[in-house]
Design a protein around this ligand. Structure first.
Ligand SMILES: [Zn+2]
Length: 377
């Protein structure tokens, strides 16, 4: 097998869950995989070396933020995003669509693409499928995402259909504009809100175009976990079995476990990093708020089984103190812990799929989450 070819191999399955490897020009991605979000060419508060120590194989970068600052052409001249941010492993960039669409008052959408004003200086930009491919090429993204419209939620059937069909035309233009290179991949994005017929129509349209992987977009936008899972249950069985499936912007720890059991291979989400900066820890016992006064005299670790520096070397009392004193080390340590915990979940699921024991892994996982945090001293 040539190492430099972009491909996906599945080594084990357990129910709908898959244990696989995506091989790329920048190394392998073990799936199921969680991608920490490095919005502006940095995972906030963390060095890339620290992110790697948690076990991440791939990061996500945001096209919208990087095109505005420092600029895609500049990153390209400086050798691409891997070199620029000192992360030599795989990087996936989003298409910019999702963030541009969320600039409600600053944007205009038509068939060609989206025009918008920068949130930084008001300068006018246009983002089209072709420009999005060009930007992601300058950034040297290992995995490029097709340009799409994330359909707002809720949307009636007609609105969702119109939006999805335009995204499918943009997916075709993205595919035509993408510069194929050895070991690099382009993913299409399934849309269609929570409508089964539209999701299936979208899967078929993308499969006809042909992509290296398929993402599921437009979820985790307020529909709730039950609707998200039922949408996955109709969508993933229709997707090509031999290509990676990526659920965009998800999620909480229990979302990850539920989605892997429904056939998803890849995830990204700002929750572990954003929550870490806000004193919220994700743990085996559910979420823990380190600002809570009950930690002030607690010299136990946040989680005695966790191998991250926050848990190995510091007490709950110290972490609590850092947040009360607004010290930046608190954000770094809790981000580190959260990323470690997310990667621990992925490691645990990968091992369970290999053993055919994902169902019992999930039972234990949900039971521990239900039990809640260890009681105060
Ligand atoms: Zn920890």
């Amino acid at each position: 097998m040539t190492a430099n070819i972009f491909n996906f191999t599945i080594s084990a399955t357990d129910g709908a869950a898959r244990r696989g490897t995506v091989s790329t020009a920048h190394g392998d991605i073990r799936t199921p995989a969680f991608m920490p979000v490095g919005t502006a060419a940095t995972v906030k508060g963390m060095t890339p070396e620290a992110v790697r120590e948690t076990g991440a194989d791939i990061l996500l970068g945001n096209t919208y933020h990087l095109m505005l600052r420092p600029g895609a052409e500049r990153v390209g001249r400086l050798g691409g995003l891997h070199k620029f941010m000192n992360w030599e492993r795989p990087i996936l960039t989003d298409s910019g669509g999702f963030q541009v669409m969320s600039l409600n008052e600053l944007r205009k959408i038509d068939e060609n693409g989206v025009t918008f004003k920068s949130h930084i200086d008001g300068q006018r930009f246009e983002l089209t499928p072709e420009r999005s491919m060009e930007i992601q090429n300058h950034l040297d993204a290992t995995i490029t995402m097709a340009f799409d419209e994330c359909t707002p939620y809720p949307a009636d059937h007609e609105t969702a259909a119109t939006s999805m069909r335009r995204s499918m035309r943009w997916a075709k233009r993205s595919s035509e504009a993408f510069e194929a290179r050895q070991g690099y991949g382009l993913f299409g994005i399934v849309q269609g809100s929570t409508y089964e017929d539209l999701r299936l129509e979208s899967v078929n349209a993308l499969t006809d175009i042909g992509f290296d992987g398929y993402a599921i977009g437009g979820l985790a936008v307020g529909e709730g976990q039950e609707a998200m899972f039922s949408t996955l249950e109709v969508t993933t069985p229709a997707m090509l079995a031999d290509k990676p499936r990526y659920l965009m912007g998800v999620g909480k720890p229990d979302d990850l476990v539920g989605a892997v059991m429904r056939g998803v291979d890849m995830f990204d989400c700002v929750l572990p990093t954003r929550s870490g900066r806000n004193a919220q820890a994700f743990t085996r016992f559910g979420t823990v708020n380190m600002r809570n006064a009950r930690h002030a005299d607690d010299d136990r670790p946040l989680d005695e089984l966790c191998e991250c520096p926050a848990c190995r070397n510091y007490s709950r009392a110290y972490l609590h103190h850092l947040f009360k004193a607004k010290e930046i080390l608190g954000a770094t340590l809790l981000t580190w812990h959260n990323l470690q915990y997310y990667q621990d979940i992925m490691r645990g699921m990968r091992a369970a799929i290999e053993e055919g024991s994902l169902a019992s892994y999930a039972l234990d996982f949900f039971a521990a989450q239900e039990n809640g945090d260890i009681p105060p001293l």
